[in-house]
Design a protein around this ligand. Structure first.
Ligand code: PNS
Length: 172
């Protein structure tokens, strides 16, 4: 029987921390579906199609990883594609309460679907899409935080270039 795991999230945008979790999951399950939530609570920087495209470009070359988007209840989506495992990354204790609550709600909604937590590499523990966007918006270097395709997209989206910004500051 093929085991399918869903790794859901906003992915606004996908980071190296997300990729680390995806590749760990890919060694454990036959298929990993990165499920990009269409509707997210906060206003996203990238549209859903852009978040999907960036995630797709980032996981390219990994045969058992695919990217999809979903709307509505996560457990309903998981059931529809035949997945019984939800994967979430756990970085620090501060993540725990939110993740715990979400896992329990999902289990209450469907007791056949289990959530498992994977820890990313220590160097990504501090990383989040929110901090990446903030650093990029302020002209900081995010090359170590996101794949290059995302770095370029951030630059296009935010219209800032770290080098240019630093140079113009020096000239001011
Ligand atoms: O990357 P995020 O923002 O932490 O991801 C959160 C996400 C999208 C996985 C979560 O909000 C979600 O599952 N949304 C779908 C709606 C749902 O099923 N809600 C019930 C579980 S709390």
């Amino acid at each position: 029987m093929t085991t399918i795991a869903v790794y859901p999230g906003s992915f606004d945008p996908i980071t190296n921390g997300h990729l680390d979790v995806i590749y760990r999951a890919a060694t454990m399950f036959d298929r990993v579906v990165v499920a990009v939530a269409q509707n997210v609570e906060k206003v996203p920087l990238f549209s859903a199609p852009d978040r999907v495209a960036l995630a797709r470009a980032a996981v390219q070359g990994h045969p058992n990883v695919t990217v999809d988007e979903f709307d509505g209840l996560l457990v309903r989506y998981a059931r529809r594609i035949g997945a019984r495992v939800l994967v979430r990354g756990l970085r620090a204790v501060s993540d725990f309460e939110y993740e715990f609550q979400m896992a329990l709600v999902n289990r209450r909604l469907d007791r056949h679907i289990e959530t498992i937590f994977l820890m990313p590499k220590e160097e990504y523990i501090f990383l989040s899409s929110r901090t990446v966007k903030e650093v990029a918006a302020l002209g900081g270097d995010v090359s170590g935080f996101v794949p290059s395709v995302v770095e370029r997209a951030l630059r296009r989206k935010l219209g800032v270039n770290g080098t240019q910004r630093r140079r113009s500051k020096r000239l001011a």
